[in-house]
Design a protein around this ligand. Structure first.
Ligand code: ZN
Length: 141
């Protein structure tokens, strides 16, 4: 018998929300979700401060820019605060990047890089994602 391995996305790992003031937004999401952030982390390479809330099997990630070059700063200038990206959990990020680029989809990151919360990540370009910035995300072990 041949084994069929699952390929593709597993679940929504998190929703990324761009915010101007993470301290204020932490309070808002603490009120809305009824739980406190379980982690706060600065990712210097991305120019962001993040905080994470666990909601069932998925998370909410708040992102505040730490400098004007940060993609989050640029996003808020253009579109205002709000949903910035959707992250899908994958088992094999290299295989998923190869699968998508093989179909002609454009990645922002053709090589995965380290992200917040112990993950390796790669973004699909929103022009290839129907206007949605999509993050692939795998546990870094
Ligand atoms: Zn994310």
């Amino acid at each position: 018998m041949r084994l069929h391995y699952f390929r593709g996305m597993n679940k929504i790992e998190h929703l990324g929300i761009a915010v101007k003031d993470i301290a204020q937004s932490n309070q808002i999401f603490e009120d809305i979700l009824g739980i406190a952030a379980y982690k706060q982390e600065e990712v210097e390479s991305e120019g962001v401060k993040t905080s994470f809330f666990q909601v069932g099997e998925s998370k909410v990630e708040l992102l505040q820019a730490t400098n004007d070059e940060s993609p989050i700063h640029k996003f808020i200038e253009k579109k205002g605060e709000g949903i910035h990206h959707i992250a899908f959990a994958v088992d094999d990020i290299h295989a998923e990047i190869a699968r998508l680029t093989g179909k002609g989809y454009r990645m922002i990151n053709e090589q995965p890089k380290s992200g917040a919360d112990g993950k390796i990540i790669a973004f699909l370009h929103p022009k290839s994602g129907n206007g949605v910035l999509i993050e692939l995300c795998q546990d870094a072990e």
